[in-house]
Design a protein around this ligand. Structure first.
Ligand SMILES: CC(C)(COP(=O)(O)OP(=O)(O)OC[C@H]1O[C@@H](n2cnc3c(N)ncnc32)[C@H](O)[C@@H]1OP(=O)(O)O)[C@@H](O)C(=O)NCCC(=O)NCCS
Length: 176
């Protein structure tokens, strides 16, 4: 499945994205508010994971391609996490610093959210965000999510932003 927005193409990851993703994921700004920059083997692990989800028909991540230049600038899509003992589907995103603050993550996150609810019939989507991550919080808000609770995730204080199918329908003005 490929998602298209005015400025982005969101396509499934492929094995030959390793070099470019290795470059991005070695960068400390790209990896802000995470466990930190990744080595090539870890990036390989990331790609194996998301390509495996696609193969198994599970919600997965998309490579964010900036239409104007064809640059693979980051990722936006779904992760599977256990949060407070329950499996949840998260919308997660990271973008190369050169592209920040142009609304691109929001554009991608909205397309991913709509795809999740409309096509994949997902009932409840979250975003896990460090309380200090102002930019990511704004993206979640602009994505129609609301702050649901605070928890601890992988040892860090974490805000759980969320949207339900019902809230999405209201937002989109769609009938049930
Ligand atoms: C989070 C991230 C994906 C946002 O991407 P982006 O394309 O710049 O996001 P957008 O342009 O769509 O929106 C960013 C919003 O945050 C705001 N913002 C950015 N930095 C901010 C700051 N330090 N304080 C307050 N607001 C800030 C912007 O003004 C904008 O809001 P606005 O539209 O109301 O003006 C990008 O910063 C990134 O990759 N960061 C590192 C990785 C990361 O933190 N990922 C999320 C993990 S939960």
């Amino acid at each position: 499945m490929i998602l298209e927005t005015p400025r982005l193409i969101l396509r499934p990851f492929a094995a030959d994205d390793l070099d470019r993703m290795g470059e991005l994921m070695a960068d400390k700004d790209f990896m802000r508010f995470s466990m930190g920059p990744m080595k090539r083997e870890q990036v390989q692990g990331f790609l194996d994971k998301v390509i495996g989800w696609n193969r198994d028909g599970l919600p997965s991540q998309f490579a964010m391609i900036v239409r104007s230049s064809g640059t693979l600038a980051g990722y936006c899509g779904f992760f599977h996490h256990e949060v407070d003992g329950k499996m949840e589907i998260e919308i997660g995103y990271r973008l190369q610093r050169d592209f920040w603050n142009r609304g691109l993550a929001t554009e991608a996150a909205r397309a991913v959210r709509d795809h999740g609810v409309r096509d994949l019939k997902l009932e409840y989507l979250i975003s896990l965000i460090h309380p200090d991550n102002q930019a990511s919080r704004r993206v979640a808000e602009k994505n129609g999510m609301t702050l649901e609770r605070e928890t601890t995730f992988r040892g860090f204080p974490t805000f759980v932003f969320a949207i339900t199918r019902k809230q999405w329908m209201k937002l989109r003005g769609e009938a049930e």
